[in-house]
Design a protein around this ligand. Structure first.
Ligand code: GDP
Ligand code: IMO
Ligand code: MG
Length: 430
């Protein structure tokens, strides 16, 4: 198995970080291939918890080379803080463990300012972004004005000139359209040139070639998904999405790889659903209902990046099947099964009612999605604490009913079940 892509199949926060930490024990390379510091991946190892935003979740394994590809938008300040805090706790001791593509896009304070100013102005029509500047940074890239990681290492005069050119319009917009005082470019320049010293050790000039050769030599490469399928720029619940391609297909364009050899693709889903930010969520439970409160509190559903309370609801099978199809996933990891213990009943959405019609396909247009009523199948909940369960056979009969039903419906095997945040709280079904 040379390549494995681990991909979120809901609205993010499925537990990808935990899973990647476990799976990367057998990897040679782990690649963060898209998104930016909007991601927040929580790892819990031997009681120690860390949250990574830009650094790959394989960072606990010193033998794994952690790569950040050209598809990522690099918040330089956040990245340096992350590196320094990891070093303080004894990780990333060897600078050779991390490589950053010279073609990654620089995300600077002006991008964050613009993201936040837009959200503020949008009032009721907010996307609910993380405020980390993701949309504006990808816009810079698409409009061919972005600075790349390699630009950071240009001579001072060149870097300053490029910064001034790139942010001319943004500064104008911030000042004249959003009535904000734009952060002066000289200030940004003085700030980011100090990051060169920390970051120069990690430069990689041709990551696509490096990965091509690694795959050719049968090295084990794990591609780390960030966000989730339903937040994909093209196939998610647009416009309530992020600004990048979050699907497995995004690996190819972000990393400059071709379809061969075919990777193994594992979809990650919670045993229920959550969403942070605005946008349709057909199976959402009211926050003050018994089930809504249970999922939020027992699941500790607070955003790892923004600390926002996550919206919670039931597992949505049409949405999950859609995500599995979009990604070509061959197996599923089902996370946070332990959180369902103690509910009165567990519901699963099996189809949607739109007017008089019942549909099983996830509606791709927001117009249709906003009209759907979920059709639920109800399961009896269990009382047993699952957090110490070590094998499928030890699960209660009711929990087994639930996972067997999901596995039959999605038509791909559930290979991993997670019953707690720690590595040991994991059942391997393959
Ligand atoms: P990611 O963005 O997909 O990596 O997920 P997050 O880290 O944002 O959110 C998942 C949260 O659930 C983290 O706090 C994890 O420590 C936690 N977690 C992961 N797997 C399990 C599990 O099986 N059970 C419980 N109770 N918590 C889990
Ligand atoms: P991980 O990798 C959950 C959501 C935001 C917002 C929308 C757009 O931890 O699963 P953005 O800042 O990207 O422009 O915000 O996308 N979002 C996430 N939600 N987990 C994430 O990442 C997310 N990354 C972005 O909440 O709704
Ligand atoms: Mg997260």
């Amino acid at each position: 198995m040379p390549a494995l892509i681990v991909i979120g199949s809901q609205w993010g926060d499925e537990g990808k970080g935990k899973l990647i930490d476990i799976l990367s024990s057998k990897a040679d390379f782990a690649v963060r291939y898209q998104g930016g510091a909007n991601a927040g991946h929580t790892l819990k190892v031997q009681g120690e918890q860390i949250i990574v935003h830009l650094i790959p979740s394989a960072v606990f394994h010193p033998q794994v080379k952690c790569l950040i590809s050209g598809g990522v938008v690099l918040d330089l300040e956040g990245l340096c803080e992350e590196i320094q805090s990891l070093k303080k706790s004894g990780k990333l001791e060897n600078d050779k463990q991390l490589l950053i593509s010279d073609s990654a896009t620089l995300l600077l304070d002006q991008h964050k300012q613009l993201d936040q100013a837009r959200e503020e102005r949008a009032e009721k029509a907010k996307i609910g972004t993380t405020g980390k500047g993701i949309g504006p940074a990808y816009e810079s890239r698409a409009s061919r004005r972005a600075l790349l990681f390699s630009d950071l290492f240009e001579e001072d005069t060149v870097l300053l000139r490029k910064l001034k050119e790139q942010f001319k319009e943004t500064q104008y917009l911030l000042k004249n359209f959003y009535n904000k005082e734009p952060i002066p470019i000289d200030q940004t320049f003085e700030k980011i040139k100090n990051y060169r010293e920390i970051l120069k050790a990690y430069r990689c000039s041709n990551m696509s070639l490096l990965l091509y050769q690694a795959l050719k030599q049968n090295k084990k490469v794990l591609f780390e998904g960030a966000q989730g399928a339903l937040l994909d720029l093209y196939h998610g619940t647009y416009p309530y999405v992020t600004s990048s391609s979050t699907l497995a297909g995004g690996v190819l364009s972000a990393c400059g790889l071709a379809f061969s050899p075919a990777p193994k693709i594992m979809a990650v889903a919670k045993a229920y659903s959550t969403r942070v930010g605005a946008g349709p969520f057909p199976t959402e439970c009211p926050a003050d209902s018994f089930s809504g409160r249970h999922l939020q509190e027992t699941g500790q559903e607070f955003g790892a990046t923004t600390g926002r309370r996550r919206r919670c609801g039931w597992l949505d099978l049409p949405a999950l099947k859609y995500a599995i199809r979009l990604n070509g996933a061959g197996s599923l990891a089902l996370m946070k099964l332990d959180v369902l213990t103690g509910l009165k009943e567990i519901k699963v959405c099996v189809a949607y009612q739109i007017g008089s019609k019942t549909v099983e396909d996830f509606p791709v247009q927001l117009r249709d999605l906003s009209k759907v009523q979920p059709v639920y199948k109800s399961f009896k909940a269990w009382e047993e604490d699952l957090s110490a369960v070590q094998a499928k056979e030890e699960l209660s009969a009711l929990a087994l009913d639930y996972i067997n039903f999901i596995s039959e419906e999605v038509k791909i095997p559930i290979e991993i079940i997670s019953v707690g945040p720690s590595r040991s709280q994991t059942l391997y079904l393959y």
